[in-house]
Design a protein around this ligand. Structure first.
Ligand code: SAH
Ligand code: SF4
Ligand code: F3S
Length: 452
């Protein structure tokens, strides 16, 4: 491979982990594009490979090292040409492990934590000149300021449903979780920045915005009326943006579900009837050991209030099985809670011991086979509930936001208000259209529909 005069260097970004990483990867690509790089989906032709990593569970963190192993071979082949390959690790593994990564994986040229991306172009340049760079400072305000510098073309490429980060970091310190260490303290983006970015997105064709934050409902900021706003007020303000059809937000913490936010679900038609509200476990004893700051009754109460203002709301959640000290009885309580609440969808995980978190030093770690068995039972129940929720949609009329063409001809894929993927039998319409459909079929992970 050779570099031709005038040719732009190419960057390949691989994203792991949560939606925040998806959003960050997009903004990193925008920033590098403004600095002369071109995005590529073809790994082999990349001059710069960035792995935007996740540290949440051991498996997620280990994936990075096997990927670096594969990249190392490519990099070696390229070193004989005039077109070397630079390898960078960004995201939460970068923040958590820092220079350790350079020691463990000599093929890596740069390590940049999630709050250094406003300097990414400079970091990359230094690495290309031969320095092995490690940047893990927390400079969140700087990062936020730089986020919205994308061109209209870049914004258009974000599609019709896109993410917008409004809050980053976490002060909750659940005893199992690395996020407070990898993303730092809770910081909210100012209202004006959020509104600017939202308007740009809508002008570029975005119809649905999902507000992102590690604790999105802990967002707060000075409002246009001079008062301190919380997420409910921000949603009301966003709802006034012409052409913005739909709003969502994720991920919420039960203790930050305040009245104003719950009332927004009653008032705002554009706020979709879907709430991702992780509870993690069904017993108060385990919630306390997890440092979740609330009880099962508090959680029930919040769900009750949300269902009162929006009876059709789809509830989703996250669960961890096998947290240290979790007994059979505690686990049965989780199953009972799931039966009581009824989830439209959910994510569930085996507890993974994370170095540096309090959970790692707790006694009574649950044996792997027990975790495995509990996870199977929980997932069987959650899958059943998801299928039942989807089945109940058959016959209903809904408005779908069309997102992309389907795999077959005369099919379009869209999203329901309840975040289900919907395959519409029709070639009438383009991404961005809101179409009325009747649901005609349900599968575990999608619905099918006909236009009405
Ligand atoms: N901020 C969000 C969740 C962020 S992490 C919240 O508070 O709900 C996403 C999910 O990963 C968590 O909800 C939890 O279910 C899971 N998770 C986090 N740390 C974990 C660990 N050490 N082992 C297993 N699952 C974990
Ligand atoms: Fe992690 Fe808990 Fe913070 Fe969520 S609230 S990011 S689970 S520490
Ligand atoms: Fe993973 Fe970091 Fe997100 S640890 S889940 S990428 S905040």
């Amino acid at each position: 491979m050779t570099m031709h005069p005038g040719e732009r260097k190419k960057v390949f970004v691989k994203t792991y982990g949560c939606q925040m990483n998806v959003y960050d990867s997009g903004r990193m690509q925008d920033a590098l594009e403004n600095d002369g790089y071109q995005n590529t989906e073809v790994l082999e032709e990349a001059d710069l490979v960035l792995l935007n990593t996740c540290h949440i569970r051991e498996k997620a963190a280990e994936k990075v090292y096997s990927e670096i192993g594969r990249l190392k071979k490519l990099k070696e082949q390229r070193s004989a040409t005039n077109r070397p390959m630079t390898i960078g690790v960004t995201g939460c593994v970068a923040q958590a492990e820092g220079s350790e990564i350079l020691k463990r994986a000599p093929a890596v040229d740069l390590v940049a934590g999630p709050q250094t991306y406003h300097n990414l172009a400079g970091i990359v340049r230094r690495a290309e000149l031969g320095e092995r760079v490690v940047e893990t400072e927390f400079e969140i305000e700087e990062k936020f300021r730089q986020l919205a510098t994308a061109t209209p073309k870049q914004t258009r490429s974000r599609g019709v449903a896109a993410f917008l980060t409004v809050q980053e970091g976490c002060d909750k310190f659940c005893t199992f979780c690395v996020v407070p260490y990898t993303r730092g303290a809770e910081v909210s983006r100012p209202v004006s920045q959020i509104m600017d970015e939202a308007r740009k997105m809508v002008a570029a064709g975005v119809r649905e915005i999902t507000l992102l934050g590690q604790n999105v409902n802990a967002w707060h900021g000075l409002g246009a009326d001079g008062r301190e706003w919380r997420l409910g007020e921000l949603l009301r303000e966003l709802a006034t943006v012409d052409g913005l059809e739909r709003l969502r937000y994720t991920t919420s913490h039960p203790v930050d579900m305040d009245r104003g936010l719950i009332e927004a679900h009653r008032e705002l038609d554009c706020l979709m009837p879907y709430l991702h509200l992780p509870v993690q476990a069904g017993s108060d004893r385990i919630l306390k050991a997890m440092n979740r700051h609330h009880t099962i009754d508090d959680y029930r109460h919040v769900i009750g209030m949300v269902r009162e203002v929006r009876p059709d709301i789809a509830i989703s959640g996250d669960f961890i099985v096998g947290f240290p000290g979790e007994s059979d009885e505690d686990f049965e309580a989780t199953l009972d809670l799931v039966r009581e609440i009824g989830y439209a969808s959910a994510f569930s995980f085996k507890y993974s011991t994370r170095p540096g978190t309090p959970g790692a030093d707790m006694e009574n770690q649950v044996p792997e086979p027990v975790k495995g068995e509990r996870l199977q039972r929980l997932q069987a129940l959650l899958n059943e509930q998801q299928e039942a929720f989807n089945r109940d949609c058959i016959g209903q009329e809904m408005v779908i936001l069309l997102e992309k063409p389907g795999r077959k001809q005369d099919q379009l894929i869209g999203r329901s208000p309840y975040l289900q993927s919907v395959i519409v039998d029709s070639s009438l319409g383009v991404p961005g259209d809101m179409v009325h459909v009747r649901i005609t079929g349900a599968a575990p992970n999608s619905l099918s529909a006909k236009p009405v």
